[in-house]
Write a protein that binds this ligand. Sequence first.
Ligand code: AVJ
Length: 342
Amino acid sequence: MAQESLPHIFAAEQQSRWLSTHAGIWSLTGADLDAVPALSILTTLWDQPRWLEAYHLYDPRGSELFEEICQLPEYYLTRTENSILEVRAREIIGAAPVERIVELGAGYSKKTVHLLTEQVRQRGKGIFAPIDVGASGLLASQSAVRRDFPQIEFYGIHARYEEGFSAIDRSLPTLFVFLGSTIGNFNHTDFPRFFRALSAAMGPDDYLLLGADRVKETKTLEDAYNDSRGITAQFILNVFRNINRLLQGNFDSDKMRYHSWFNPQWRQIEMYAVATARQDIRFPSVGAAFQWQQDEKILVEISRKFDPHRLQEQLSFFGLAPVAHFTDPKQWFSVILFRKRF
Ligand code: AVJ
């Protein structure tokens, strides 16, 4: 593969590790994005209770289904966060004097358009670097940015969050953007590990814009993850097709159902696959097998719900000081701007 001119995005000692796979899209050299997932799946499926890491949901079909979820009447998160960003982008960008915007887990970067619009309006230029494990979203966002924001330089980073943000050079004031309440996927060990690493990767002039879904009435929460058209069920159960592909497994989608509920003690939606009949699961490529018993649940995803004041206090212990808090009229969702302090 031909090496493009060196990207003005990675730290000097990182440059040689990254390779341009499409013009403007960068991947870690030698990083087989499939090798680590296989190991993650095996270790968590053998845990008690069995569970899966959420990023396995986003194969091409899963990413498509998630885009459908975002359009569902019951799934208020995307719509609510988007309206907050639309109304408050001017203030957000005004409060964060940056030259670069780095988005984590960007997907198709639809909501970030409001921030790019303001960056161009207020500063005339900027750099946009989305990080995502899915290449299709990066390519779509690249063509949209080229078309609508010719003043913005685009660098797509095809990697997991930590690999991506840890490689970025610190010479430019940067706004890190982490939207959609994706932090809700992090369990209690992922959460501190993630914020420790992100804070360490941030320079003294850097900012973080974080979207977090809030605790609210149980019915509203449960409906958002159990829609009447069954799209969420398809999205969650699709993970087993992805696993079959990655590990030559034999999960049978006709012998499982979707179940979700809001666990009030942990303040999280828990999304399960339940076996409706016993399944003898085999992974011949690694010589592993287990019995998935009838009625046994596999925890496929959690979605934690937050109290924004508690969250702000908690992040202060990672060196992130709250600058501004934006919410919607119903106070269902919070978008919080933090500044890195030393
Ligand atoms: C992308 C993690 C924010 O938790 O609301 C939506 C994923 N799962 N419906 C969420 C999801 C089922 C979503 N996040």
